[in-house]
Design a protein around this ligand. Structure first.
Ligand SMILES: NC(=O)c1ccc[n+]([C@@H]2O[C@H](COP(=O)([O-])OP(=O)(O)OC[C@H]3O[C@@H](n4cnc5c(N)ncnc54)[C@H](OP(=O)(O)O)[C@@H]3O)[C@@H](O)[C@H]2O)c1
Length: 301
């Protein structure tokens, strides 16, 4: 492998941890920046994975941390603006800073994790617009010598995910009626291992430079179907009460006032866009998409 020293921004999260194991198995060295190395010390157990303490996300600090790496993989992202983090800061400014730092550090390859529906101008939510702006910045960096590939996944599942695990937890806690906002929102859940494999395949392949890969699982489902599915896997029959549009918005208005903002009006807007692929990115990369049934029962049980 040519690009065998990788800097994984956002490598401490759900996708990051799975990706680090795949990169490690492929013999690729990974460096993961974090402000809290002690919180993520389990990552040090991954062969060839180095945690790098960073005091801030400024260009100089990031460039120093990237020294010796050939590739930047950016997984940093948030679903809600909590804990002082904003969409603009995380999905736009951090991308800009990381790209400047990468160029300073002599990095030549950039893999960017975006999201289905990302669109800088016409994205329906702040989340989708900010993801679109970040992706546009990534591709603009090609003019400065970075070879860029972006990935747009639907909702990602796998051990440790915050989708099936969250609904399973809620169903365990609330055995009664389950009022569900946006029950007809559509997704094609994609396995985190397939997302990681897609990135790995692209790393050294010049044909993938400048490309966007939409990443979906083999089947699309409504949110309602997925909640019922999660219930079945944990032996709970989900008594789903479909909320109409007005009640879904009302639920978002209430829940965004709760600690951690479990559901916001911006999430409601994101769910108005179908999270299904127009182009089968996994197939284009020679990867057979994994079905939820092959993976989810093991970790929800
Ligand atoms: N999971 C999905 O279903 C899904 C679907 C579509 C797209 N995506 C995209 O995939 C990427 C990875 O998702 P994930 O599920 O792995 O998310 P995650 O578990 O929440 O991890 C996010 C990572 O980003 C880092 N991060 C967030 N905000 C940051 C900031 N302002 N500055 C520096 N680091 C920051 C976090 O660092 P800390 O450890 O410091 O928190 C963490 O390492 C995100 O860009 C997300 O938008 C995910």
């Amino acid at each position: 492998m040519k690009n065998n020293r990788v800097f994984v921004l956002g490598g401490t999260g759900f996708v990051g941890q799975h990706l680090l194991y795949r990169l490690s198995r492929a013999g690729i060295f990974c460096r993961v920046p974090t402000r809290h190395p002690e919180r993520h010390r389990q990552l040090r157990l991954i062969p060839g994975c180095e945690l790098c303490a960073i005091s801030g996300w400024e260009t100089a600090q990031l460039a120093a941390a990237m020294a010796g790496c050939s590739t930047l993989i950016n997984l940093a992202g948030i679903l809600n603006e909590v804990g002082g983090r904003t969409f603009d800061q995380t999905h736009v400014k951090l991308v800009e800073t990381a790209i400047h730092a990468a160029i300073q550090a002599g990095v030549t390859r950039y893999l960017h994790l975006s999201a289905l529906g990302a669109n800088a101008e016409s994205g329906l939510s702040d989340y989708l617009r900010s993801k679109g702006r970040g992706e546009a910045l990534a591709f603009a960096a090609a003019r400065q010598g970075l070879a860029v590939t972006s990935f747009r996944p639907s909702v990602i599942f796998g051990p440790g995910d915050s989708f099936f695990n969250r609904f399973a937890r809620l169903l365990r806690l609330l055995p009664g009626p389950f009022p569900l906002a946006c029950p007809n929102a559509r997704f094609a859940p994609v396995y985190v291992g397939d997302v990681a494999d897609a990135m790995l395949r692209c790393l050294d392949d010049p044909d993938t430079h400048g490309q966007i890969y939409e990443l979906c699982g083999p089947r699309a489902f409504t949110l309602r179907e997925l909640v019922i599915y999660a219930g079945e896997r944990i032996g709970r029959e989900a008594w789903v009460i479909d909320l109409n549009d007005r009640l879904s918005q009302l639920q978002a208005q209430l829940f965004q006032r709760l600690p951690g903002k479990p559901f916001t009006l911006d999430n409601y807007l994101t769910l108005q866009v179908e999270s299904v692929c127009q182009h089968a990115g996994l197939k284009a990369l020679g990867i057979v998409a994994t079905a939820i049934d092959d993976i989810v029962p093991d970790y929800l049980a």
